[in-house]
Design a binder for this molecule. Structure first.
Ligand code: TYD
Ligand code: MG
Length: 472
Protein backbone atom coordinates (compact mmCIF):
# COMPACT_ATOMS: atom_id res chain seq x y z
CA UNK A 1 0.00 0.00 0.00
CA UNK A 2 2.84 2.33 0.93
CA UNK A 3 4.51 1.76 -2.41
CA UNK A 4 1.22 2.35 -4.22
CA UNK A 5 0.75 5.65 -2.45
CA UNK A 6 4.26 6.75 -3.37
CA UNK A 7 3.62 5.88 -7.02
CA UNK A 8 0.37 7.78 -6.99
CA UNK A 9 2.03 10.92 -5.68
CA UNK A 10 4.79 10.96 -8.30
CA UNK A 11 2.27 10.43 -11.09
CA UNK A 12 0.00 13.09 -9.73
CA UNK A 13 2.82 15.57 -10.12
CA UNK A 14 3.24 14.69 -13.83
CA UNK A 15 -0.44 14.76 -14.86
CA UNK A 16 -3.89 13.76 -13.66
CA UNK A 17 -4.07 10.12 -12.67
CA UNK A 18 -7.27 8.20 -12.14
CA UNK A 19 -7.83 4.62 -11.11
CA UNK A 20 -10.46 2.83 -13.16
CA UNK A 21 -12.25 -0.36 -12.15
CA UNK A 22 -11.96 -2.91 -14.97
CA UNK A 23 -15.24 -4.49 -13.94
CA UNK A 24 -17.63 -1.56 -13.79
CA UNK A 25 -15.74 1.47 -15.05
CA UNK A 26 -15.88 3.32 -11.72
CA UNK A 27 -13.26 6.05 -11.52
CA UNK A 28 -11.48 6.85 -8.31
CA UNK A 29 -8.78 9.43 -7.59
CA UNK A 30 -7.11 6.87 -5.30
CA UNK A 31 -6.25 3.22 -5.70
CA UNK A 32 -8.64 0.97 -3.81
CA UNK A 33 -8.40 -2.70 -2.95
CA UNK A 34 -12.10 -3.23 -3.47
CA UNK A 35 -14.36 -1.28 -5.78
CA UNK A 36 -17.86 -0.03 -4.96
CA UNK A 37 -19.14 -2.78 -7.28
CA UNK A 38 -17.59 -5.39 -5.00
CA UNK A 39 -14.73 -6.46 -7.29
CA UNK A 40 -11.32 -6.96 -5.67
CA UNK A 41 -8.04 -5.80 -7.20
CA UNK A 42 -9.83 -4.47 -10.24
CA UNK A 43 -8.33 -0.98 -10.39
CA UNK A 44 -5.78 0.00 -12.99
CA UNK A 45 -4.03 3.28 -13.14
CA UNK A 46 -4.77 5.58 -16.05
CA UNK A 47 -3.35 8.96 -16.87
CA UNK A 48 -5.77 11.45 -18.38
CA UNK A 49 -4.36 14.51 -20.14
CA UNK A 50 -6.11 17.59 -18.81
CA UNK A 51 -7.24 18.85 -22.24
CA UNK A 52 -8.41 15.45 -23.47
CA UNK A 53 -10.38 14.97 -20.30
CA UNK A 54 -12.36 18.16 -20.52
CA UNK A 55 -12.82 17.64 -24.25
CA UNK A 56 -14.15 14.13 -23.73
CA UNK A 57 -16.47 15.31 -20.96
CA UNK A 58 -17.84 18.06 -23.14
CA UNK A 59 -18.44 15.85 -26.14
CA UNK A 60 -19.81 13.10 -23.95
CA UNK A 61 -22.64 15.34 -22.77
CA UNK A 62 -23.78 16.44 -26.21
CA UNK A 63 -22.84 13.74 -28.73
CA UNK A 64 -24.62 15.33 -31.65
CA UNK A 65 -23.00 18.74 -31.15
CA UNK A 66 -26.39 20.50 -31.19
CA UNK A 67 -27.24 23.13 -28.60
CA UNK A 68 -29.47 21.68 -25.91
CA UNK A 69 -33.04 22.86 -26.45
CA UNK A 70 -36.12 21.04 -25.19
CA UNK A 71 -38.68 20.14 -27.86
CA UNK A 72 -42.39 19.62 -27.17
CA UNK A 73 -43.15 15.90 -27.49
CA UNK A 74 -45.93 16.60 -30.00
CA UNK A 75 -43.46 18.22 -32.39
CA UNK A 76 -40.99 15.37 -32.39
CA UNK A 77 -40.99 13.78 -35.81
CA UNK A 78 -41.48 10.06 -35.80
CA UNK A 79 -42.05 7.38 -38.34
CA UNK A 80 -40.54 4.08 -39.30
CA UNK A 81 -36.78 4.41 -39.08
CA UNK A 82 -35.03 3.71 -42.31
CA UNK A 83 -33.41 0.33 -42.35
CA UNK A 84 -31.21 -1.54 -44.76
CA UNK A 85 -31.42 -5.28 -45.22
CA UNK A 86 -28.30 -7.25 -44.40
CA UNK A 87 -29.36 -9.90 -46.90
CA UNK A 88 -29.25 -12.52 -44.15
CA UNK A 89 -32.85 -13.11 -43.11
CA UNK A 90 -32.11 -14.54 -39.68
CA UNK A 91 -29.87 -11.57 -38.78
CA UNK A 92 -32.43 -9.04 -40.03
CA UNK A 93 -35.14 -10.70 -37.99
CA UNK A 94 -33.10 -10.58 -34.77
CA UNK A 95 -32.41 -6.89 -35.41
CA UNK A 96 -36.14 -6.26 -35.74
CA UNK A 97 -36.34 -6.04 -39.53
CA UNK A 98 -32.90 -4.98 -40.77
CA UNK A 99 -30.13 -2.59 -39.79
CA UNK A 100 -31.31 0.80 -38.60
CA UNK A 101 -29.30 3.62 -40.16
CA UNK A 102 -27.02 5.24 -37.62
CA UNK A 103 -27.38 2.42 -35.10
CA UNK A 104 -24.52 0.93 -33.15
CA UNK A 105 -24.79 -2.83 -32.71
CA UNK A 106 -22.59 -4.93 -30.46
CA UNK A 107 -22.12 -8.60 -31.30
CA UNK A 108 -20.46 -10.79 -28.73
CA UNK A 109 -19.58 -14.43 -28.48
CA UNK A 110 -16.82 -16.85 -27.62
CA UNK A 111 -13.75 -16.98 -29.85
CA UNK A 112 -14.28 -19.22 -32.86
CA UNK A 113 -18.05 -19.19 -32.71
CA UNK A 114 -18.38 -17.44 -36.07
CA UNK A 115 -18.74 -13.69 -35.44
CA UNK A 116 -16.26 -12.70 -38.13
CA UNK A 117 -17.82 -15.18 -40.55
CA UNK A 118 -21.32 -13.80 -39.99
CA UNK A 119 -20.12 -10.23 -40.43
CA UNK A 120 -18.09 -10.82 -43.58
CA UNK A 121 -21.07 -12.63 -45.12
CA UNK A 122 -23.46 -9.80 -44.34
CA UNK A 123 -20.85 -7.24 -45.39
CA UNK A 124 -20.55 -8.84 -48.81
CA UNK A 125 -24.32 -8.87 -49.27
CA UNK A 126 -24.75 -5.28 -48.12
CA UNK A 127 -21.89 -4.19 -50.41
CA UNK A 128 -23.70 -5.86 -53.30
CA UNK A 129 -26.88 -3.92 -52.58
CA UNK A 130 -26.61 -0.88 -50.37
CA UNK A 131 -23.16 0.49 -51.15
CA UNK A 132 -19.60 0.44 -49.83
CA UNK A 133 -18.76 -1.50 -46.68
CA UNK A 134 -15.65 -0.97 -44.58
CA UNK A 135 -14.44 -3.96 -42.57
CA UNK A 136 -11.85 -2.91 -39.98
CA UNK A 137 -9.87 -5.75 -38.48
CA UNK A 138 -7.61 -5.50 -35.48
CA UNK A 139 -7.15 -9.22 -35.06
CA UNK A 140 -6.46 -10.70 -38.43
CA UNK A 141 -4.48 -9.54 -41.45
CA UNK A 142 -6.17 -8.34 -44.62
CA UNK A 143 -5.01 -11.54 -46.28
CA UNK A 144 -6.65 -13.75 -43.67
CA UNK A 145 -9.92 -11.89 -44.12
CA UNK A 146 -9.62 -12.23 -47.87
CA UNK A 147 -9.12 -15.99 -47.64
CA UNK A 148 -12.24 -16.25 -45.48
CA UNK A 149 -14.24 -13.95 -47.73
CA UNK A 150 -13.30 -15.97 -50.81
CA UNK A 151 -14.50 -19.09 -49.08
CA UNK A 152 -17.80 -17.84 -47.68
CA UNK A 153 -18.92 -15.07 -50.04
CA UNK A 154 -18.64 -16.98 -53.30
CA UNK A 155 -16.41 -14.36 -54.91
CA UNK A 156 -19.03 -11.59 -54.62
CA UNK A 157 -16.90 -9.03 -52.80
CA UNK A 158 -17.36 -5.91 -54.88
CA UNK A 159 -17.70 -2.77 -52.76
CA UNK A 160 -16.14 -4.48 -49.74
CA UNK A 161 -13.10 -2.67 -48.33
CA UNK A 162 -10.68 -4.01 -45.73
CA UNK A 163 -8.56 -2.09 -43.27
CA UNK A 164 -6.13 -3.73 -40.84
CA UNK A 165 -5.80 -0.97 -38.24
CA UNK A 166 -6.25 -0.52 -34.51
CA UNK A 167 -5.84 3.24 -34.13
CA UNK A 168 -9.27 4.80 -33.80
CA UNK A 169 -8.24 8.18 -35.23
CA UNK A 170 -6.87 6.49 -38.36
CA UNK A 171 -10.03 4.44 -38.70
CA UNK A 172 -12.24 7.52 -38.43
CA UNK A 173 -10.12 9.29 -41.04
CA UNK A 174 -10.40 6.29 -43.37
CA UNK A 175 -14.18 6.16 -42.85
CA UNK A 176 -14.36 9.90 -43.55
CA UNK A 177 -12.59 9.39 -46.85
CA UNK A 178 -14.35 6.22 -48.01
CA UNK A 179 -17.85 7.23 -46.82
CA UNK A 180 -19.05 3.65 -46.34
CA UNK A 181 -22.70 2.71 -45.98
CA UNK A 182 -21.87 0.12 -43.32
CA UNK A 183 -18.91 -0.19 -40.95
CA UNK A 184 -17.63 -3.23 -39.07
CA UNK A 185 -15.13 -3.09 -36.20
CA UNK A 186 -13.60 -6.49 -35.36
CA UNK A 187 -13.00 -6.24 -32.39
CA UNK A 188 -13.51 -3.32 -30.00
CA UNK A 189 -11.02 -4.75 -27.51
CA UNK A 190 -8.16 -4.41 -30.00
CA UNK A 191 -8.86 -0.75 -30.78
CA UNK A 192 -7.22 2.20 -29.07
CA UNK A 193 -7.52 5.94 -29.14
CA UNK A 194 -4.30 7.93 -29.14
CA UNK A 195 -6.00 10.48 -26.88
CA UNK A 196 -5.61 8.08 -23.95
CA UNK A 197 -2.47 6.54 -22.61
CA UNK A 198 -3.91 3.27 -21.39
CA UNK A 199 -3.59 0.00 -23.29
CA UNK A 200 -6.16 -1.29 -25.78
CA UNK A 201 -8.89 -3.31 -24.13
CA UNK A 202 -8.98 -1.33 -20.88
CA UNK A 203 -12.22 0.21 -19.69
CA UNK A 204 -11.37 3.75 -20.67
CA UNK A 205 -10.14 2.72 -24.13
CA UNK A 206 -13.18 0.59 -24.87
CA UNK A 207 -15.44 3.36 -23.67
CA UNK A 208 -13.63 6.10 -25.61
CA UNK A 209 -13.54 4.05 -28.83
CA UNK A 210 -17.23 3.14 -28.54
CA UNK A 211 -18.07 6.80 -28.00
CA UNK A 212 -16.08 7.82 -31.06
CA UNK A 213 -17.88 5.21 -33.14
CA UNK A 214 -21.23 6.33 -31.83
CA UNK A 215 -20.52 9.90 -32.87
CA UNK A 216 -19.46 8.73 -36.32
CA UNK A 217 -22.53 6.51 -36.77
CA UNK A 218 -25.08 9.04 -35.55
CA UNK A 219 -23.41 11.92 -37.38
CA UNK A 220 -23.17 10.19 -40.76
CA UNK A 221 -26.17 7.89 -40.37
CA UNK A 222 -24.04 4.76 -40.84
CA UNK A 223 -24.98 1.49 -39.16
CA UNK A 224 -21.95 0.13 -37.28
CA UNK A 225 -21.34 -3.39 -36.04
CA UNK A 226 -18.84 -3.85 -33.24
CA UNK A 227 -17.45 -7.25 -32.26
CA UNK A 228 -16.73 -7.80 -28.58
CA UNK A 229 -15.19 -10.76 -26.85
CA UNK A 230 -16.64 -12.52 -23.88
CA UNK A 231 -14.68 -13.92 -20.98
CA UNK A 232 -14.85 -17.47 -19.68
CA UNK A 233 -18.04 -16.94 -17.71
CA UNK A 234 -19.80 -15.58 -20.79
CA UNK A 235 -19.85 -11.92 -19.73
CA UNK A 236 -18.53 -9.21 -21.97
CA UNK A 237 -14.82 -8.84 -21.44
CA UNK A 238 -14.28 -5.28 -20.30
CA UNK A 239 -16.91 -3.04 -18.93
CA UNK A 240 -20.66 -3.50 -18.89
CA UNK A 241 -20.63 0.13 -19.85
CA UNK A 242 -20.50 -0.59 -23.61
CA UNK A 243 -23.83 -2.39 -23.31
CA UNK A 244 -25.38 0.87 -22.15
CA UNK A 245 -23.82 2.91 -24.93
CA UNK A 246 -24.91 0.81 -27.90
CA UNK A 247 -28.38 0.44 -29.42
CA UNK A 248 -28.42 -3.35 -29.73
CA UNK A 249 -26.56 -6.16 -28.02
CA UNK A 250 -26.48 -9.48 -29.85
CA UNK A 251 -25.00 -12.69 -28.49
CA UNK A 252 -23.85 -15.43 -30.83
CA UNK A 253 -23.83 -18.80 -29.09
CA UNK A 254 -23.46 -22.47 -29.81
CA UNK A 255 -21.19 -25.39 -29.17
CA UNK A 256 -18.00 -25.21 -31.16
CA UNK A 257 -18.04 -28.93 -31.92
CA UNK A 258 -21.65 -28.76 -33.12
CA UNK A 259 -22.91 -27.00 -36.21
CA UNK A 260 -25.84 -25.09 -34.74
CA UNK A 261 -25.39 -21.40 -33.87
CA UNK A 262 -28.05 -19.21 -32.26
CA UNK A 263 -28.09 -15.44 -32.51
CA UNK A 264 -30.07 -13.77 -29.78
CA UNK A 265 -30.68 -10.15 -28.93
CA UNK A 266 -30.33 -8.98 -25.32
CA UNK A 267 -31.03 -5.34 -25.92
CA UNK A 268 -32.69 -3.72 -28.89
CA UNK A 269 -33.77 -0.11 -29.02
CA UNK A 270 -35.57 -0.73 -32.33
CA UNK A 271 -37.31 -4.05 -31.84
CA UNK A 272 -38.11 -6.98 -29.61
CA UNK A 273 -35.46 -8.94 -27.75
CA UNK A 274 -37.26 -12.25 -27.96
CA UNK A 275 -36.32 -13.08 -31.56
CA UNK A 276 -33.68 -15.68 -32.23
CA UNK A 277 -31.82 -16.45 -35.42
CA UNK A 278 -30.47 -19.88 -36.24
CA UNK A 279 -27.51 -20.83 -38.40
CA UNK A 280 -25.46 -23.88 -39.25
CA UNK A 281 -21.68 -23.53 -39.57
CA UNK A 282 -20.69 -25.39 -42.71
CA UNK A 283 -17.69 -25.65 -45.01
CA UNK A 284 -18.82 -22.63 -47.02
CA UNK A 285 -19.69 -20.45 -44.01
CA UNK A 286 -22.91 -19.89 -42.07
CA UNK A 287 -26.14 -21.18 -43.55
CA UNK A 288 -29.51 -19.96 -42.28
CA UNK A 289 -31.72 -22.57 -40.63
CA UNK A 290 -35.27 -21.81 -41.69
CA UNK A 291 -36.97 -24.72 -40.01
CA UNK A 292 -35.41 -24.90 -36.59
CA UNK A 293 -38.12 -27.04 -34.99
CA UNK A 294 -37.68 -29.79 -37.58
CA UNK A 295 -33.92 -29.70 -36.96
CA UNK A 296 -34.43 -30.15 -33.24
CA UNK A 297 -36.94 -32.95 -33.61
CA UNK A 298 -35.02 -34.95 -36.22
CA UNK A 299 -33.35 -37.32 -33.81
CA UNK A 300 -36.28 -38.23 -31.55
CA UNK A 301 -37.10 -41.92 -31.48
CA UNK A 302 -40.40 -43.58 -30.66
CA UNK A 303 -40.63 -45.26 -27.29
CA UNK A 304 -37.84 -43.48 -25.41
CA UNK A 305 -38.66 -42.72 -21.82
CA UNK A 306 -37.63 -39.33 -20.46
CA UNK A 307 -38.11 -37.55 -23.79
CA UNK A 308 -40.92 -35.02 -24.22
CA UNK A 309 -41.51 -32.43 -26.94
CA UNK A 310 -42.18 -28.94 -25.66
CA UNK A 311 -42.91 -25.66 -27.39
CA UNK A 312 -41.99 -22.06 -26.80
CA UNK A 313 -42.90 -18.92 -28.65
CA UNK A 314 -39.71 -17.09 -29.54
CA UNK A 315 -40.27 -13.58 -30.85
CA UNK A 316 -42.56 -14.05 -33.80
CA UNK A 317 -42.44 -17.80 -34.35
CA UNK A 318 -43.19 -20.97 -32.46
CA UNK A 319 -40.30 -23.28 -31.71
CA UNK A 320 -40.64 -26.95 -30.85
CA UNK A 321 -37.87 -28.64 -28.93
CA UNK A 322 -37.08 -31.86 -27.14
CA UNK A 323 -36.63 -32.02 -23.39
CA UNK A 324 -34.79 -35.00 -21.98
CA UNK A 325 -34.64 -36.19 -18.41
CA UNK A 326 -32.83 -38.96 -16.62
CA UNK A 327 -33.13 -40.18 -13.07
CA UNK A 328 -30.62 -42.49 -11.44
CA UNK A 329 -30.29 -43.66 -7.87
CA UNK A 330 -27.86 -41.42 -6.04
CA UNK A 331 -25.11 -42.58 -3.75
CA UNK A 332 -25.28 -42.04 -0.05
CA UNK A 333 -25.40 -38.36 0.70
CA UNK A 334 -27.42 -35.91 -1.24
CA UNK A 335 -29.14 -36.26 -4.57
CA UNK A 336 -27.87 -34.17 -7.48
CA UNK A 337 -30.04 -31.97 -9.67
CA UNK A 338 -28.44 -31.01 -12.94
CA UNK A 339 -30.26 -28.74 -15.39
CA UNK A 340 -28.96 -27.67 -18.78
CA UNK A 341 -31.12 -25.12 -20.59
CA UNK A 342 -33.66 -25.11 -17.75
CA UNK A 343 -33.51 -22.77 -14.80
CA UNK A 344 -32.18 -24.59 -11.75
CA UNK A 345 -34.66 -23.09 -9.30
CA UNK A 346 -37.54 -23.77 -11.66
CA UNK A 347 -36.49 -27.43 -11.80
CA UNK A 348 -36.39 -27.66 -8.00
CA UNK A 349 -39.88 -26.21 -7.87
CA UNK A 350 -41.19 -28.65 -10.46
CA UNK A 351 -39.66 -31.60 -8.58
CA UNK A 352 -41.38 -30.42 -5.40
CA UNK A 353 -44.72 -30.16 -7.22
CA UNK A 354 -44.19 -33.64 -8.71
CA UNK A 355 -43.60 -35.02 -5.23
CA UNK A 356 -46.56 -33.33 -3.54
CA UNK A 357 -49.14 -33.39 -6.32
CA UNK A 358 -48.21 -36.44 -8.36
CA UNK A 359 -46.69 -38.64 -5.67
CA UNK A 360 -43.28 -38.95 -7.33
CA UNK A 361 -40.62 -39.49 -4.67
CA UNK A 362 -37.17 -38.47 -5.90
CA UNK A 363 -35.23 -37.89 -2.67
CA UNK A 364 -32.83 -40.76 -3.37
CA UNK A 365 -32.56 -40.06 -7.08
CA UNK A 366 -30.21 -37.89 -9.10
CA UNK A 367 -32.15 -35.87 -11.67
CA UNK A 368 -30.72 -34.60 -14.94
CA UNK A 369 -32.66 -32.42 -17.36
CA UNK A 370 -31.39 -31.23 -20.72
CA UNK A 371 -32.87 -29.12 -23.51
CA UNK A 372 -31.59 -30.71 -26.70
CA UNK A 373 -29.72 -28.48 -29.14
CA UNK A 374 -28.14 -26.20 -26.56
CA UNK A 375 -31.13 -23.86 -26.38
CA UNK A 376 -32.22 -22.03 -23.26
CA UNK A 377 -35.92 -21.42 -23.74
CA UNK A 378 -37.21 -18.48 -21.74
CA UNK A 379 -40.52 -18.33 -19.95
CA UNK A 380 -42.53 -21.02 -18.27
CA UNK A 381 -44.36 -22.70 -21.15
CA UNK A 382 -42.04 -25.71 -20.93
CA UNK A 383 -42.87 -26.48 -17.26
CA UNK A 384 -45.27 -29.30 -18.00
CA UNK A 385 -42.90 -30.88 -20.52
CA UNK A 386 -40.02 -30.81 -18.00
CA UNK A 387 -42.19 -32.35 -15.29
CA UNK A 388 -43.46 -35.04 -17.67
CA UNK A 389 -39.96 -35.86 -18.89
CA UNK A 390 -38.81 -36.40 -15.30
CA UNK A 391 -41.92 -38.49 -14.50
CA UNK A 392 -41.50 -40.57 -17.64
CA UNK A 393 -37.82 -41.17 -16.87
CA UNK A 394 -38.47 -42.10 -13.25
CA UNK A 395 -41.30 -44.51 -14.10
CA UNK A 396 -39.65 -45.88 -17.23
CA UNK A 397 -42.78 -45.20 -19.29
CA UNK A 398 -42.35 -43.41 -22.64
CA UNK A 399 -44.64 -40.72 -23.97
CA UNK A 400 -46.10 -41.13 -27.47
CA UNK A 401 -43.85 -39.49 -30.07
CA UNK A 402 -46.71 -37.56 -31.70
CA UNK A 403 -47.69 -35.77 -28.49
CA UNK A 404 -46.77 -32.16 -27.78
CA UNK A 405 -46.90 -30.82 -24.23
CA UNK A 406 -47.55 -27.22 -23.28
CA UNK A 407 -48.26 -25.40 -20.02
CA UNK A 408 -46.98 -23.56 -17.00
CA UNK A 409 -47.26 -25.29 -13.62
CA UNK A 410 -48.20 -23.37 -10.49
CA UNK A 411 -47.23 -24.35 -6.95
CA UNK A 412 -50.70 -25.80 -6.50
CA UNK A 413 -50.12 -28.21 -9.36
CA UNK A 414 -52.66 -26.41 -11.54
CA UNK A 415 -51.81 -25.67 -15.16
CA UNK A 416 -51.69 -22.06 -16.22
CA UNK A 417 -52.32 -20.81 -19.74
CA UNK A 418 -49.44 -19.90 -22.04
CA UNK A 419 -49.36 -17.33 -24.85
CA UNK A 420 -49.69 -17.89 -28.62
CA UNK A 421 -51.12 -21.37 -28.17
CA UNK A 422 -52.98 -21.30 -31.51
CA UNK A 423 -49.82 -20.55 -33.47
CA UNK A 424 -47.93 -23.29 -31.65
CA UNK A 425 -50.77 -25.72 -32.42
CA UNK A 426 -50.65 -24.89 -36.13
CA UNK A 427 -46.88 -25.41 -36.24
CA UNK A 428 -47.25 -28.70 -34.34
CA UNK A 429 -49.86 -29.97 -36.81
CA UNK A 430 -47.60 -29.01 -39.68
CA UNK A 431 -44.72 -30.98 -38.19
CA UNK A 432 -46.89 -34.09 -37.84
CA UNK A 433 -48.00 -33.96 -34.20
CA UNK A 434 -51.41 -35.49 -33.52
CA UNK A 435 -52.04 -34.72 -29.85
CA UNK A 436 -51.56 -31.56 -27.80
CA UNK A 437 -51.77 -31.70 -24.01
CA UNK A 438 -52.48 -28.17 -22.82
CA UNK A 439 -53.98 -26.16 -19.96
CA UNK A 440 -57.82 -26.07 -19.90
CA UNK A 441 -57.83 -22.28 -20.21
CA UNK A 442 -55.81 -22.46 -23.44
CA UNK A 443 -58.12 -25.09 -24.90
CA UNK A 444 -61.14 -22.90 -24.11
CA UNK A 445 -59.55 -19.93 -25.88
CA UNK A 446 -58.73 -21.87 -29.04
CA UNK A 447 -61.39 -21.85 -31.70
CA UNK A 448 -61.38 -25.20 -33.41
CA UNK A 449 -57.60 -25.47 -33.60
CA UNK A 450 -55.95 -27.51 -36.31
CA UNK A 451 -58.02 -30.32 -37.78
CA UNK A 452 -55.48 -33.14 -37.46
CA UNK A 453 -54.37 -32.14 -33.96
CA UNK A 454 -56.43 -33.47 -31.06
CA UNK A 455 -56.58 -31.04 -28.14
CA UNK A 456 -56.32 -32.74 -24.73
CA UNK A 457 -57.04 -30.15 -22.02
CA UNK A 458 -55.86 -30.83 -18.46
CA UNK A 459 -56.74 -29.05 -15.23
CA UNK A 460 -53.62 -29.98 -13.28
CA UNK A 461 -50.40 -31.97 -13.47
CA UNK A 462 -52.01 -35.18 -12.24
CA UNK A 463 -54.64 -35.06 -14.98
CA UNK A 464 -52.02 -34.25 -17.60
CA UNK A 465 -49.96 -37.29 -16.58
CA UNK A 466 -53.07 -39.47 -16.86
CA UNK A 467 -53.96 -38.14 -20.32
CA UNK A 468 -50.40 -38.81 -21.45
CA UNK A 469 -50.73 -42.40 -20.28
CA UNK A 470 -47.91 -42.05 -17.77
CA UNK A 471 -50.04 -42.40 -14.66
CA UNK A 472 -53.03 -44.52 -13.85
P1 TYD B 1 -14.77 -17.05 -36.92
O1 TYD B 1 -15.82 -16.36 -37.70
O2 TYD B 1 -13.37 -16.70 -37.19
O3 TYD B 1 -15.06 -16.89 -35.36
P2 TYD B 1 -14.93 -15.62 -34.39
O4 TYD B 1 -14.76 -14.42 -35.24
O5 TYD B 1 -16.22 -15.64 -33.62
O6 TYD B 1 -13.79 -15.88 -33.50
O7 TYD B 1 -15.05 -18.61 -37.13
C1 TYD B 1 -14.07 -19.49 -36.79
C2 TYD B 1 -14.53 -20.91 -36.78
O8 TYD B 1 -15.50 -21.24 -37.74
C3 TYD B 1 -13.34 -21.77 -37.05
O9 TYD B 1 -13.28 -22.71 -36.01
C4 TYD B 1 -13.60 -22.40 -38.36
C5 TYD B 1 -15.06 -22.34 -38.54
N1 TYD B 1 -15.46 -22.09 -39.94
C6 TYD B 1 -16.13 -23.06 -40.65
O10 TYD B 1 -16.40 -24.14 -40.15
N2 TYD B 1 -16.50 -22.80 -41.94
C7 TYD B 1 -16.22 -21.63 -42.53
O11 TYD B 1 -16.58 -21.42 -43.71
C8 TYD B 1 -15.52 -20.63 -41.78
C9 TYD B 1 -15.16 -19.31 -42.38
C10 TYD B 1 -15.17 -20.88 -40.48
MG1 MG C 1 -13.08 -13.14 -35.33
Amino acid sequence: MGAERGKEETLAKKGKTVYVCQECGYESPKWMGQCVCGAWNSFVEEKVPEAAESDARRRGSAPSGRAAKPVPLGEVRSGERSRIQSGIGELDRVLGGGLVLGSLVLISGEPGIGKSTLLIQSAARIAAGAGKVLYVTGEESEEQIKIRADRVCGGRTEGLYLLAETNMEQILAAAEELQPGFLIIDSIQTMYSAELESAAGTVSQVRACTNQLMRLGKGKNIPIFVVAHVNKSGDLAGPKIIEHLVDCVLHFTGERDQELRILRSFKNRFGTTSEIGAFRMEEGGLVEVQNLSATFLEGIEEGTEGSVTAAVYEGTRPLLLEIQALTASSGIGFARRTAIGVDHQRLSMLLAVLEKKAGLWLQDQDVYVNVVGGLRPEGTSTDLAVAMAVYSAAKGVPLARDTLVLGEIGLTGHLRAVGHCDKIAREAARLGFRKLILPKKNAAMMQGGAAELALCPAENIREALQIAGLKR
